[in-house]
Design a protein. Structure first.
Length: 201
């Protein structure tokens, strides 16, 4: 009876753990080795994760590096290149353009908690694709702006989906896949952003 009770308890615990969105308590990384069990439904259903001959977190980091570089259209170092053209072509003052940029940045930052909720709900894979598409639409919209009203909406789209949301989902994804080397992987991603993003502009 006692042996049967123990087996039943173990089976129940395993079922609860399988349906949990949190990493299991024993998913520790030893000697600096990254944790190889995310214990999420998306990871368990992905055959690619299990077929990869090396730790899949390296692929996640590489994709994250590219993702951070893709945030460049929404970053100030990229937008500043076009400020003079915007002022000249639209006949707007520098102070007005700067004010619109600030308003768009603050408005976009207020939306980030809701973006974070959607990342938790839909998962990083879906949200990364969605945010990238929205950033692309924002870039296309910026090429058609005529006047201050359209400009502030254009700034809002590239700041929200570029500098804000895409950065958020990339960093969140990398953090989920690494434990012992988490800081090192984030540093690599930041370095790639500087090289691919800033140097590219």
């Amino acid at each position: 009876m006692q042996s049967q009770h123990i087996k039943t308890t173990d089976s129940t615990e395993k079922q609860e753990q399988a349906h949990s969105n949190q990493p299991p308590a024993n998913a520790k990384a030893d000697n600096g080795t990254p944790s190889e069990d995310l214990s999420t439904e998306e990871t368990k259903k992905s055959s690619l994760v299990h077929k990869t001959p090396f730790f899949y977190g390296w692929i996640i980091t590489a994709v994250g590096m590219l993702g951070l570089a893709m945030t460049s259209p929404g970053q100030t170092y990229a937008v500043s290149i076009f400020i003079e053209h915007i002022i000249t072509d639209m006949g707007l003052s520098r102070s007005l353009v700067s004010t619109l940029y600030t308003i768009a940045t603050l408005t976009g930052s207020f939306a980030l908690p809701f973006i974070g909720q959607w990342i938790d709900r839909k998962g990083p894979r879906f949200m990364m694709v969605t945010i990238s598409i929205m950033l692309g639409i924002g870039c296309l919209f910026m090429s058609t702006v005529q006047g201050a009203i359209m400009l502030v909406f254009g700034f809002l789209m590239i700041r929200l989906f570029g500098q804000g949301s895409l950065t958020l989902v990339v960093q969140n994804t990398i953090n989920q896949w690494w434990e012992k080397k988490r800081g090192r992987m984030m540093a690599f991603a930041g370095l790639a952003k500087a090289i691919l993003g800033m140097a590219g502009f």
